[in-house]
Design a protein around this ligand. Structure first.
Ligand SMILES: Nc1ncnc2c1ncn2[C@@H]1O[C@H](COP(=O)(O)OP(=O)(O)O)[C@@H](O)[C@H]1O
Ligand SMILES: [Mg+2]
Length: 287
């Protein structure tokens, strides 16, 4: 908010929030949680969305206990921003990569041998967050095994509950501070379109595209390099991805090993004949 506008705001009303429509419940004190983020995350350059910024939208969506879905290519800041919001709000945070071989036991829990009692039940991470609250981030939601989707359905609809069939049928209702977030990556093979009914349960869906943040994160010649490489990839002249991560690696390598080594490493991210084209682009943009 510009200082010049301050006088127009009614006293005591946060200008980001429509008066009278938004009364979120405060979060519990989670300072004892093992899943709290202790160190401040690195700086984040927000995205502009509908006259506001993504961090404000997400912060308020979390305070409103909405289900949140972020869609976009890899490296566009989806994980970064969710972690930042959890940190700012003092919420426990966990990110689970569904694309990997995560097992139902990891998510829900399992019986483990105990010296005293034979077997005791140990909660999985999703169960833990449902019981105690916090931000649970399901990464690559569209890569989840079909058998897991029914659980996401039941925790995201208004009853917000899950049943531990592997245990004794215990029904868990979500803690008031349980926040379900998911991310979806559109570019990988093997991902499926998200089931409509599940998609429908997300109250806030934002699309991520890295371009505005990239301009602020990297020097102009590197931004220009990425633009030209992306263009060549779209035209089918080059194979590979020019990700934000590879540009960050370039910056790091240039600092440690010098520019020439960093450039050679960056070229390796592309395939076959494309390597020469990439080297030409580097030269053309003055990298
Ligand atoms: N807007 C941004 N501001 C600051 N850093 C960013 C931004 N977008 C991406 N990054 C950085 O780029 C890298 C990839 O971001 P990440 O959140 O892991 O992407 P995603 O989850 O979308 O694949 C991280 O190191 C992250 O800090
Ligand atoms: Mg991510």
């Amino acid at each position: 908010m510009e200082t010049g506008d301050k006088g127009k705001q009614p006293k005591g009303v946060d200008p980001k929030i429509l008066p009278g429509t938004f009364r979120p419940k405060a979060f519990d004190d989670h300072t004892g949680s093992l899943y709290l983020i202790k160190e401040a995350p690195p700086p984040y350059y927000p995205h502009h969305v509908g006259g506001t910024i993504d961090t404000d939208i997400l912060e308020n969506a979390v305070r409103d206990r909405q289900n949140i879905l972020l869609i976009g290519e890899t490296g566009t800041g989806k994980s970064h921003v969710l972690r930042l919001i959890a940190y700012r709000l003092g919420l426990p945070y966990i990110r689970v990569q569904l694309y990997d071989a995560i097992s139902p036991e990891d998510l829900f829990g399992s019986w483990i041998p105990s010296a005293q009692e034979g077997f005791i039940w140990q909660d999985g991470v999703l169960t833990h967050f449902m019981r105690h609250g916090g931000m649970f981030v399901a990464d690559e939601l569209n890569g989840a095994k079909p058998g897991m989707n029914f659980v996401f359905h039941s925790i995201t609809d208004h009853e917000r509950r899950m049943t531990l069939t592997q245990k004794d049928g215990e029904v868990i209702y979500a803690h008031p501070d349980f926040i379900f977030c998911a991310t979806m990556n559109l570019e990988y093979e093997g991902t499926k379109p998200l089931n409509r009914a599940l998609f429908d349960r997300f109250g806030v869906v934002l699309e991520y595209d890295g371009s505005s943040a990239i301009k602020k994160m990297f020097p102009p010649e590197l931004v220009c390099f990425k633009d030209k490489v992306d263009e060549a990839i779209r035209a089918g002249e080059l194979e590979g991805v020019c990700s934000v991560r590879s540009l960050q690696q370039y910056m790091r390598n240039a600092e440690i090993f010098g520019k020439e080594v960093a450039k050679r490493v960056l070229v390796q991210k592309f395939e076959g004949i494309g390597k020469e084209a990439v080297a030409d682009i580097m030269e053309a943009v003055g990298l």
